[in-house]
Design a binder for this molecule. Structure first.
Ligand SMILES: [Fe+2]
Ligand SMILES: [Fe+2]
Length: 483
């Protein structure tokens, strides 16, 4: 029984591969020959016969191209070495057109379709003509529908549009960010004025942030690219909260835990209110004594959290991660761990996102600032020593090779901001919002570009990234353009 099934599946795979080959051959022939040419007629006949045979056992068929492999339904096709070479050419051709999948539904259509080759040739022509189009797959999909080719659906590999958010959603995200900033500022200023401060407002904001992280985290992450010299600590605290919550969501923390993590993020650097400003903003390296003062801020954060007006058990749960945020995975860092106890899970999360936000933030005392992709590269070197390895991997994966907000320079001279990481489809490169320099030394928004798009003739990427920068190098605030 099992043998019979395997035999049947094998036969189906062979037929599907033959169908694809026939289609490819036909497309190539249609570029040179007329419809009445014997090669065309023969090719169309082959395609038709394969389709008929396949339709005898199943009314539908899916052929999918993914990561250099061809799948029939969920099964990967395997070929002999010679055949693999030919199928590789074929794969690259369909990939270059942006086609991810052919879904055939022979159903009731097949008998009529096969009465003559016209309908098959319509599909062939559509594909061959689309090669010239900037986004071939969109043209093919649209024309298939126009031509009422109901028996075939072409699924695009790449999207022709980046994700679009409604103005209302953007507004909500923007407001939540502003409230969070406001609340951190309020807590800090009340604390520095020795006044009592409650955290009910901050808790409410953390709850709103959880809702946004659960639904709109890419949009929220765009806002976490906001960097300013002036209000660095406030922005940094909110950014750390956002990134920590986004990372927490990736490792499936509950909503309740995400809320606590967000609060820890917002309050982690509270202790900096006790550090004199000339040390906090000192250009250049701190002296030994100054660094000792600086190092106190994580313990002070925990101490100040205890002073907040809130139930004791609630506060108790917020102490440890801020206390640990400058510790390292190998227990170096500060404050030194005397008991050689592993860092808490939340402390490990904070330590990763804190370093990332800090090294990608321009500071008054630092001339150069690292592009986000390079920052991740450097952090990767600290995997297993500075940072918890699994969390760091998830974090890097979450941000993508070029994190949102990175400024890219392309080989054709275009430049722009990474607006979205590659989707789960076969996109390998991000979407970029082109920035066009204006006469006043600023920039205006250009078009959204899909950097995964390939030239259908050569199979090469249309545009290549030659360099990446931190947007502040050009005085650019990504959220001004991306939001
Ligand atoms: Fe800190
Ligand atoms: Fe920090």
């Amino acid at each position: 029984m099992a043998d019979k099934y395997a035999e049947e599946t094998g036969r189906r795979h062979d037929l599907a591969a033959a169908l694809l080959k026939a289609l490819f051959k036909l497309i190539q022939a249609a570029k040179i020959h007329r419809r009445t040419n014997s090669l065309i007629l023969e090719g169309a006949g082959q395609f038709r016969r394969r389709a008929e045979e396949l339709a005898r056992t199943e009314s539908t068929l899916s052929i999918r191209f993914r990561r250099n492999r061809i799948f029939v339904e969920e099964d990967r096709l395997s070929f002999s070495r010679d055949a693999a070479r030919h199928m590789g050419t074929l794969y690259r051709y369909f990939e270059s057109l942006g086609i991810q999948e052919f879904r055939f539904d022979w159903g009731p259509y097949l008998p009529a379709e096969t009465a003559d080759c016209d309908r098959v040739m319509t599909l062939v022509r559509l594909i061959a003509d689309a090669e010239q189009n900037a986004v071939p797959v969109d043209q093919v999909s649209a024309r298939c529908k126009e031509a009422a080719l109901d028996w075939v659906e072409i699924v695009p590999r790449t999207r022709s549009q980046p994700v679009d958010y409604t103005p209302e959603r953007k507004e909500r995200v923007r407001n939540t960010y502003a409230y969070a900033l406001d609340s951190v500022q309020e807590v800090v200023s009340k604390l520095s004025g020795q006044r009592r401060v409650g955290i009910n407002k901050t808790i409410r904001i953390a709850q709103d942030m959880v809702d946004l992280v659960m639904s709109d985290d890419p949009l929220f992450m765009v806002l976490s690219t906001i960097r300013t010299h002036d209000d660095y600590t406030y922005h940094h605290s909110v950014n750390v909260a956002i990134l920590a919550m986004c990372l927490g969501k990736r490792v499936n923390l509950s909503k309740h835990s995400l809320e606590r993590l967000g609060l820890c993020g917002m309050l982690h650097d509270l202790g900096k209110v006790e550090v004199p400003l000339d040390i906090l903003n000192k250009p250049g390296k701190l002296t030994r004594d100054e660094f000792e003062i600086m190092k106190r801020h994580s313990l002070d954060s925990a101490r100040l959290i205890l002073k907040l007006r809130a139930p004791r058990d609630r506060k108790a749960k917020l102490l440890l991660p801020p206390f640990e945020h400058h510790q390292k995975y190998d227990l170096s860092g500060y404050p030194r761990s005397k008991r050689k106890k592993k860092m808490s899970f939340f402390g490990s999360i904070l330590s990763i996102v804190d370093v990332y936000d800090a090294i990608t933030s321009p500071r008054v005392y630092r001339k150069t600032v690292m592009s986000p992709d390079r920052a991740l590269g450097i952090m990767l070197e600290g995997m297993g020593s500075d940072f918890e390895p699994i969390l760091l991997k998830v974090f890097i994966n979450m941000l993508g090779v070029y994190p949102v907000g990175t400024l890219l320079l392309l080989d054709d001279g275009d430049m722009g901001l990474v607006m979205e990481k590659p989707s789960e489809l076969d996109e390998e490169r991000p979407w970029m919002l082109q920035l066009i320099p204006d006469r006043k030394g600023g920039f205006s928004r250009g078009e959204a570009m899909n950097l995964s798009a390939r030239n259908p003739k050569t199979g090469d990427y249309r545009k290549n990234i030659v360099n990446s920068f931190h947007p502040s190098v050009f005085g650019i605030q990504p959220a001004d353009y991306l939001f």
